[in-house]
Design a protein around this ligand. Structure first.
Ligand code: ZN
Length: 174
């Protein structure tokens, strides 16, 4: 069974799981206001799929997959940094906060969520993105743009050898 919903929609999470409903949709990046300063560009959109399910023990759960590309600010050169997003998370629904079991062992990676009659789909997507995005996004070494920071620029333009080159020179002398 498939339902389509606008991103401003809320879902009844328990009902969504029990009926195995599914939403395939896109969300415009400019709507992701909680990502705030992380974003270097508000352009574009992400795709997401939210699915309800019952596990083998008939426990209700939600699965969210978000994919696309976000343009973040590189923490080194402050230039735009295109970051591929491909995040999937799965939650078991519980009635109350107290129903969330303690992890059985260190490998227990189950996630839980308190069921809600009007859960915001957008909140869920933003939560997932905030967890999935790098805390300090930056280009790979040497990939920072020409607008790099002053220090990077001085290092690039100076003719001083790298520490490794210096070490080589010292070795040869010895
Ligand atoms: Zn950079």
């Amino acid at each position: 069974m498939t339902a389509s919903a606008n991103i401003t929609a809320t879902i009844n999470s328990l009902e969504f799981a029990r009926k195995r409903l599914e939403i395939h949709d896109t969300i415009a990046v400019f709507r992701l206001t909680r990502l705030g300063d992380l974003l270097a560009s508000q352009e574009g959109e992400l795709s997401y799929t939210l699915s309800g399910f019952l596990d083998e023990q008939s426990k209700p759960g939600l699965r969210l997959a978000v994919s696309g590309e976000l343009v973040l600010s590189c923490q080194r050169c402050l230039g735009p940094y295109a970051c591929a997003v491909d995040a999937v998370s799965q939650f078991e629904l519980v009635a109350r906060e107290e129903d969330i079991p303690l992890p059985e062992d260190e490998d227990d990676e189950r996630d839980f969520m308190v069921a809600s009659a009007n859960m915001s789909v957008q909140d869920l997507i933003e939560d997932e993105l905030l967890l999935a995005l790098p805390l300090a996004p930056r280009h790979d070494d040497g990939q920072c743009g020409e607008d790099g920071s002053a220090i990077e620029k001085i290092l690039r333009e100076s003719n001083s050898p790298s520490p490794f080159a210096l070490l080589e020179q010292l070795k040869r002398r010895g």
